[in-house]
Every structure is written in C-alpha cells, then in structure tokens.
Write a protein that binds this ligand. Structure first.
Ligand code: KIV
Length: 267
C-alpha cells in the first residue's frame, strides 16, 4: 500500500481486512522517529519501556504521564506519516474517569494519535469511555509489564487452556467495547493465531508468533543497544545491515513479508 496520507486507526483496520501486514517500533525521540518513518514503519509506539531503556529504571513502573507527554511530543515532531501510539503509564488509568483525563492529556499535550493501556476485563469500562469520546485505543494483553510484580516476572502468559481462553475472551470483549487495536505480548504462537482470527481489529504481536497482523519491537533491542541479554522474541537487525536506516528498513520489510518473527523468536 502506498501511503500518501497519515496512517490512522481506520487505515490499520483496512490493512487487516486486505490481509496486509504492518510494522511497529518503539520511538522516544525526534531523531529516531524520523528514521523510523523514513523506513516505512506504520506505527511508532512511545512505549513506557522508556523507563528502562531511556531512564535506566528496573521496570516501567516509575514512568509518569508527564514523561510520556515529553517523549510523545518529541516523537510527533518528526514522525511523518506514522501513527503515533502512546502508553498510558502505571496507575494512570485506575478508573474510567482517570483514564479519560490522562488520555486527553496524552492527546492534547503530547499529540498522540492513539493510547495503549494494559489489561482486559478490568479495563473494559475505561476502553468503552475512551472510545465514546473519540480516543483511539490499543489494548495490551498477555504479558503486562506494569503487573510484573504480581506476575512474578516477565513470563510467557496463556500457556494453559484456561489462561488461553481468558485472553481470547478478553480480546473479544475489548473489541466489543470499542478497542481499535490489540497488542499481544509473550503468548504462545498458537494462541496469538486464534486471537488474530477471532477479531476484526488488527493484532500487533511481540513474542506472539508470525500469525499476528503486525509486529512490534523495542527499537533499542533490535539495534543491539539495550545492555544485557536480548529477549528471545527480539532480533538484532543491525548485524546484517550497513547502518541504522538499513536495519530499520529491513525490519519493516521482514514484518510485511512475514519472514520475522521465525519459530526461533516465538513461544
Ligand atoms: O512499552 C513498550 O515498549 C511496550 C512494548 C514492549 C510492546 O509496551
């Protein structure tokens, strides 16, 4: 698809309907945003992973709404035609009214095109209210990094039948209340395939196999910048490229042609 105009939630839904995959990368500043847009990446996620990769925190929990607004504004200045999605950080949507107020700030002050929030059943009323008020929403299911202490670590979710069925039910319920996009993190590829087939809205995967409609990675992981062990679901695209723009381009093409992820990066 040749993109002459800005990508919206509707564009992503049309792409799914036409069987066309799209790519997503995290972005936290204007320089990366410009390069990511030039590489043809459709969605830029201002992820609360910035708490770890930018701020050096142990988890995403300390990130504030003001932090997200600052980074989102930086990204928006150079994001070109990409849709800019921003994370609602930990404790910014503990009830629907608070979710609406903070989503409003992220859109008005940060310039976000879409907000992403973690959770299924507990977020249904918030997602419904956001949708009624014209806020495009991505609902994040599977491994929820903001619940890392409750989950006991960054572990694959939905491995047994009961947990898998609960994620599938959450996905359908979120679509019914108005979610525009789903993001599935660290779930078995077979479950991600079921979820992707069961909903009409696009599903972005990370550690969720190749059968999702789209893929996302943390840009610092896929360029080999993040210190420590690279997560199983990620891949260093800089190793086979001459420079960063080529690595970003190769990632976008690999997602669109379904050559990334492989079984090696799946559960
Ligand atoms: O914050 C983030 O970067 C994310 C991705 C890991 C999906 O939510």
């Amino acid at each position: 698809m040749v993109m002459n105009s800005a990508i919206t939630a509707q564009t992503l839904k049309q792409m799914k309907a036409q069987g066309e995959r799209f790519s997503c990368l995290t972005a936290y500043d204007a320089s990366f945003a410009q390069r990511i847009a030039e590489a043809g990446v459709e969605v830029q996620l201002v992820g609360d992973s910035l708490g770890m990769v930018i701020q050096g925190e142990e988890s995403t929990l300390p990130v504030s709404v003001d932090d997200m607004i600052y980074h989102c504004r930086s990204v928006r200045r150079a994001s070109g035609h990409s849709l800019v999605m921003v994370d609602m950080p930990f404790m910014s949507c503990t009830n629907p009214a608070q979710a609406l107020e903070n989503a409003g700030r992220l859109m008005k002050e940060g310039g976000a095109h879409m907000v992403k929030l973690e959770g299924g059943q507990s977020m249904l009323e918030a997602v419904r209210l956001l949708s009624i008020h014209g806020v495009p929403v991505c609902s994040h299911l599977g491994l929820l990094p903001q619940s890392v202490h409750k989950l006991g670590g960054y572990k694959v979710q939905g491995r047994d039948h009961e947990a898998a069925d609960a994620i599938l039910a959450d996905a359908k319920a979120l679509e019914a209340v108005g979610a525009d996009v789903l993001l599935l993190e660290c779930v078995p590829a077979t479950l991600a395939k079921r979820v992707t087939a069961a909903v009409a809205i696009p599903v972005i995967g990370i550690g969720a196999g190749v059968d999702c409609d789209a893929q996302v990675l943390v840009v610092y992981d896929m360029l080999g910048i993040t210190p420590g062990k690279r997560p199983k679901f990620s891949k260093n695209f800089l190793l086979d490229a001459n420079d960063i723009p080529e690595a970003l381009h190769n990632y976008a093409q690999a997602v669109k042609s379904a050559t990334f992820p492989t079984e090696q990066q799946s559960f």
